[in-house]
Design a protein around this ligand. Structure first.
Ligand code: ZN
Length: 134
């Protein structure tokens, strides 16, 4: 793994949280993006090399809606930057981690992503992400 790419934070109202995090970080978000397949609206903030991703559910069946219902707002996942997502998925699977996707899928921010089940990672949802180069 190369570095922590971003930290995902589940929020109830992304417009309000954009303002809050803009004040907190001293810089506005640089993009918003909806990921229809995950039923989420996202926004991204840059702090040096790292990013913060805010996530708001777009419907009641969204994983973010379920997360907030269970745990409230807060840190939802930690995303690690990888250079070769397929080999990293293979390595982690062989180490006994539970992958939530058998193949990488298209995530927000021009990334291929794969999630690891929190029950195999001490309760922390882990996202692997690899930048899509065109
Ligand atoms: Zn993420």
């Amino acid at each position: 793994m190369l570095k922590i790419e971003h930290i995902g934070i589940a929020v109830k109202n992304i417009e309000q949280s954009n303002e809050l995090f803009g004040k907190l970080l001293g810089a506005a978000h640089y993009k918003m993006e909806e990921v229809a397949s995950e039923s989420v609206k996202t926004s991204f903030f840059k702090i040096g090399e790292s990013k913060i991703e805010l996530l708001e559910a777009t419907n009641d069946t969204s994983p973010i809606a379920k997360f907030i219902e269970k745990k409230g707002e807060g840190i939802h996942h930690i995303a690690y930057d990888v250079s070769d997502i397929l080999s990293e998925m293979n390595r982690l699977k062989n180490e006994g981690f539970i992958l939530l996707n058998a193949t990488p899928k298209k995530g927000a921010d021009n990334k291929l992503v794969c999630f690891l089940h929190p029950k195999s990672t001490n309760g922390v949802l882990v996202e692997l992400c690899q930048e899509i180069k065109d």
